[in-house]
Write a protein that binds this ligand. Structure first.
Ligand code: HEM
Length: 442
């Protein structure tokens, strides 16, 4: 079991590459580099990265489990995301504050509540696919980005009318520009004149804050507020144990967080699903049969397998608050420990024939919490996992109900890092043929 210790430091093997090369390699090609290093050094190794310093990377199930189940006194939050999302973002909170916020955020994202959002997702898929051309190849990622953006704006922000339109236009630009700042040193976030990246993001943020203030004011004066099911309405009604509410500023930061964390991640996973399915004709036929018969098992297993073989977030980080034991290692206080999601998912210790795309491995055998980690784990596990899963289930179900996908034998698409998530490099090329006349959207 991992825990605090006073034993002498015993770090995993150190990767012998010059520091700058490690830093550049890590930022530009995280998955490739980590995959190569895991093959060479095994399931735990130490990198010496610029800015982060000594960084331990782990991927075997037992060590991942130890890390994710360590008490919050021993490990804490790492990473820069909070700095661009604001002090009220879950990504900025740690310890007791983080625990309390998660308690308030959990009910709106509870599995059962997700059923209520299925209609919104189906409507957005129908709206988006109404204009899809038949028999002509195109990249599906932009469509998936619009579906997941609109889904979050409606189900999470509770946005409608002009505010919905304005956020729809503003947020993709704002999240893209902010996520570019995340990978740069903190100084890049400062305002160095109107054209500097920091100043531009600041301006977009001011506009965002004005729109959210309007949404909050409208919600407070909505006589139906208590019957509303969007996350904003639930957050406005939520109370901490001492009876206090989440401040408006923190709600604005949190909504932005939910969007930044949930929009591109879900869209890129869906684009990968299309990319994988087109290369597996037998699976496509079986899925269409299952969906026509009203089943879900193979569709769910397919989503699990897409997330195993094409995880869109390559790793998640923690910082040690004390000297700890982790597996056979003793790691000093203040060290960044990264769970390599990519390496865990292609580990032969964790999976039989790990390179093979085989959804059947999950039929009657749900994923293991520490070997299948696309949503991270422990007290910081993705809060939107049930939402993302529901959204992907409804999207795939609706697409395969309404369209036949053209299959292909062209090689798999490569991976392209977009800042937040890793997408298929060609955007997930798709060819569709409509199975029935299009359903009208309300
Ligand atoms: C396929 C889609 C998604 C993937 C792959 C994904 C992945 C992740 C990962 C890897 C983490 C870090 C977990 C950790 O450190 O252990 C995370 C955290 C988080 N995700 Fe997701 N996510 C997805 C969708 C969503 C959605 C739809 C939402 C909300 C609408 C969301 C909200 C969050 C939040 C708020 C956190 C921070 C949790 C915390 O620090 O306590 N995510 N997600």
């Amino acid at each position: 079991m991992g825990g605090a210790t006073s034993e002498p430091i015993r770090m995993p093997p150190e990767v012998r590459v010059p520091k700058l090369a490690q830093g550049v390699g890590f930022v530009l090609a995280r998955d490739k580099v980590i995959g190569r290093l895991s093959r060479r050094y095994g399931s735990a190794f130490t990198l010496d990265l610029p800015i982060f310093g000594q960084t331990v990377v782990v991927s075997d199930r037992e060590t991942v489990k130890e890390l994710f189940t360590l008490s919050g006194d021993l490990i804490g939050r790492a990473g820069q995301l909070g700095a661009v999302l604001g002090p009220g973002s879950t990504f900025s909170l740690d310890g007791a504050e983080h625990r309390q916020r998660r308690k308030l955020l959990a009910p709106p994202f509870h599995g059962k509540r997700m059923l209520g959002y299925e209609r919104i997702i189906e409507e957005e898929v129908l709206r988006e696919t109404a204009t899809w051309p038949s028999g002509r190849e195109f990249a599906v990622l932009p469509s998936m980005m619009r579906i997941t953006l609109n889904a979050i704006l409606r189900a999470v922000f509770g946005a409608r009318g002009p505010a919905l339109e304005e956020l729809r236009e503003l947020l993709p630009v704002m999240v893209l520009r902010s996520s570019r700042l995340v990978v740069l040193p903190p100084v890049a976030r400062r305002d160095f004149g109107p054209l500097s990246p920091g100043a531009r993001v600041h301006k977009l943020r001011e506009r965002y804050d004005r729109i959210i203030a309007g949404l909050i004011a409208d919600a407070r004066s909505d006589p139906q507020l208590l019957e509303r099911s969007d996350v904003l309405a639930l957050l406005l009604a939520a109370r901490y144990e001492d009876g206090s509410a989440i401040s408006d500023d923190h709600i604005a930061d949190e909504l932005l967080t939910l969007l930044a964390a949930g929009h591109e991640t879900t869209a890129t996973t869906l684009a990968w699903a299309v990319e994988r399915l087109r290369r597996h004709p037998d699976l496509l036929t079986r899925l269409a049969d299952e969906i026509d018969a009203g089943g879900t098992e193979l569709t769910q297993a397919t989503i699990f397998e897409v997330q195993r073989t094409r995880p869109v977030i390559s790793g998640t980080a923690r910082v040690t608050r004390e000297r700890i034991t982790l597996g056979q290692w003793v790691i000093p206080k203040g060290t960044v420990v990264v769970v390599s999601i990519g390496a865990a998912h292609i580990s032969a210790q964790n999976y039989h024939d790990p390179q093979r795309f085989d959804p059947d491995r999950f039929i009657g055998n749900p994923p293991d919490n520490y070997a299948w980690v696309p949503y991270g784990g422990g007290v910081r596990r993705c809060i939107g996992a049930a939402f993302a899963n529901m959204e992907m289930m409804v999207t795939l179900r609706t697409l395969l109900r309404d369209f036949t996908f053209g299959t292909t034998t062209v090689p798999a698409e490569r991976l392209h890092s977009r800042g937040v998530a890793a997408a298929p490099a060609d955007g997930g090329r798709i060819v569709v043929y409509r199975r029935h006349p299009a359903t009208a959207v309300a």
